[in-house]
Design a binder for this molecule. Sequence first.
Ligand SMILES: CC(=O)SCCNC(=O)CCNC(=O)[C@H](O)C(C)(C)COP(=O)(O)OP(=O)(O)OC[C@H]1O[C@@H](n2cnc3c(N)ncnc32)[C@H](O)[C@@H]1OP(=O)(O)O
Ligand SMILES: CC(=O)C(=O)O
Length: 538
Amino acid sequence: MTTAISIFDTTLRDGTQGEGISLSADDKLKIALKLDELGVHYIEGGNPGSNNKDIEFFERVKGMKFNAKITAFGSTRRKNSVAEQDASLLRIVESGVPAATLVGKSWDFHVHTALQTTLEENLAMIFDSIAFLKRNGIEAIFDAEHFFDGYKHNPEYALTVLQKAREAGADWIVLCDTNGGTLPGEIHDIVRRVNNEIKANIGIHTHNDCELAVANSLAAIQAGARQVQGTINGYGERCGNANLCSIIPNLELKLDYSTIGVDKLQQLTGTARYISEIANANMPVGQPYVGNAAFAHKGGIHVSAILKDSKTYEHIRPELVGNKQRVLVSELAGQSNVISKAQELGLDINANNNKTREIIDRIKELEHQGYQFEGADASMELLLREAFGEMEEIFQVESFKILVEKTNADMVSEAIVKIRLGDETVYTAAEGNGPVNALDNALRKSLIQFFPKINDIHLSDYKVRVIDEQGATAAKVRVLIESTDFDNTWSTVGVSSNVIEASWEALVDSFRYAILNMSKVESNASENVREQLGLVNH
Ligand SMILES: CC(=O)SCCNC(=O)CCNC(=O)[C@H](O)C(C)(C)COP(=O)(O)OP(=O)(O)OC[C@H]1O[C@@H](n2cnc3c(N)ncnc32)[C@H](O)[C@@H]1OP(=O)(O)O
Ligand SMILES: CC(=O)C(=O)O
């Protein structure tokens, strides 16, 4: 019989205390709906005593149906006052939530220094505030701030704090490692002792200042905690909160606890990426379980083995958390990487094909020159298709020219591009706010008449990296361009000692790739041009 662990998500509250994370009420609503789909049990939406955005969020969720309990956050009443008149507690009641978290001090040092009150008054603040929530029919979760530091300095007072919260009717007592400085062994030991002393539902809330928030949460659960608080992608104050994207699968797949269930677990990667988009925070590629590289294999020896059995280099099947295996092709590749990539693209290859060795040699040579294909999936696909003779010559570049004019008021770039499509030669000119933008506009203008869907494509990222720093302004540069058509995103690479040429190379690859993929699904090119380009299936 597996033990159930309650998952308490505080992405919308403690997550927004992370530097660079700021969510509108709309964003919060979208994230709350996504978290509800994932199956977390509590969604802490914010602090209605803090700002109007959070008040708006709670107003808007009032009429909506959630499976999770929408939870409001606040602190115990102010010192020397009464709970019934405390603005923050009143806002919580007005927000109409079924559950609320109240943070209270459990470290005597904080009572003296931060609150500047007596130990007795702090106990009264905790008791009064929890009792007030309970009188208003609200489930009360008590977050014992700095509990572990408090327990280490004055265990008797820290335990009295918990006891007070319990006497007032707290439904959960959550032990917080607020400063994130406690180690897993200490957490395990202290939670076990608390569990023996206090008859209550115990929870854990950790921060990642020693990069131990996940380990500490697991240690607490193994010592008897039954609720874990954390955030998606580990967003949160300073170094962040415990990352639920690691805690949930560790509990479900490694420790045999039940949380959201193994079916919902498959939504984890999608949820993490969706929330990172809304939060406008890039996910680290190597983020465990849900990162793009969590199951990406680069070394030739690894790839050779995973093709025989994925378990050789994967601790779980990526599909269990909604992620997928990826094979990267780079200078560290062996023939297995190329075979795998070619098979993924539906190209006909086998281990004895001499082409494999030629392709690897070419990739290694290009990477030696400065190309980097692991971050340029589309350029890699074009290279492989070309090597296999499966690449239609969609258009040929005959020439391009750029003029840059500086006037008093402005700096304008103009590009003139000459390309051949089938037996037509197309000249176009376009302006842009810089030379690359002008080239992009001119190339787009010449292609759009044949492929109207080009209109949907735009550059979503443009990165330049100096490869040979010693060459200074004569150094080689690598340009990586990311393009998107809203449904798909792809990346291309160009290398040259001239930044415009490198950008042009990446730009041309991006359009070639887009048109190639359009032709597979639906092309808007006129029949005549499609015929000439060999894009028509006879
Ligand atoms: C561990 C945590 O993450 S706790 C949550 C932290 N999150 C936030 O602070 C974000 C939201 N906070 C806010 O919007 C504001 O800080 C507010 C609205 C809560 C308070 O704003 P202000 O009234 O201007 O006070 P300010 O932020 O300067 O100081 C906090 C006050 O709360 C008091 N306080 C701190 N913790 C508690 C507590 N657990 N119980 C009661 N009072 C507390 C402090 O002693 C201080 O009081 P003081 O002004 O008498 O010194
Ligand atoms: C409550 C909380 O966020 C903390 O103690 O870290």
